[in-house]
Design a binder for this molecule. Sequence first.
Ligand SMILES: [Zn+2]
Length: 286
Amino acid sequence: MKTIRFFLLLFATGILSVSAVAQSTQRMEVTIVNKGSESITKVFVMTVPIMEDPKRFGDIKLDSPIKPGGSRTLKFDAPKPEMMTVGKNTYPRLRPGLEIRWAEPACKTLLELNSYSLNQSVSTGVTECAVYRTESALVEYALADAEKSFAARTYQKAVEQYSNVLEKDPRNEKALHHRAHSYQNLKEYDKAIADFTATIAVVTNSKHTHLKPTHIYGDRALTYLQHEKFEAALADYNRVLAVAPETASFRYYRSQVYCKMGKKDLAAADEKTLVAAGITLPKTCL
Ligand SMILES: [Zn+2]
């Protein structure tokens, strides 16, 4: 605790060096919607510690006031949250925040930003002057955290983090797709299949998707194969091969499915097609 107090003291006196500030900040993005009747004229970045008064960290330059009914997306460096552990629980000891000021000086409020977890509720500091919308920024940060865990192959943690994202944004295709792969890697096949199925539903109806439905059907097919649900795997492979017959991996795995089902002739036919296309088979059905 001593270190932290010293840190805050430095803040208050403005001695903190530039490099130390850079290490303890994070880039944030918040959209402020002004639902009040006064223009927002000033926004300050704050540190909001437990048991101590908030302190001003920096000033956000507004090119023009945010008028009533208007909104503005602000990008800024905010203090990183600091956590403290009491027994088994971890609490935010220091959160980033914004102080919003209106033309009327009496009308100001403090918004605490929870960038570290979607499970924590945002203290919106709502007054009759304004309502803030931070949800979309929070989803982005939470998704970035989950992606890190996924890339690091810490799948259990990734599942929890993707679940946080999906609580806020149930149709987030990246979260659904990668949570499915996380479950698949954890060998929780039923859950993986449910998520791939949900991803297919989202992708099929989306104009802005980055995923091809065949990719997800292929993912689900392989999961069915791993789960030894051969009929379902076959149905998915038949579907994707009807659309993309040249995809060698789909045909190879379908041959594996046929093999497991005891349909050796059909397995051999797929293998023959692959060999004719110059593909070396890792394994054959014999
Ligand atoms: Zn995939």
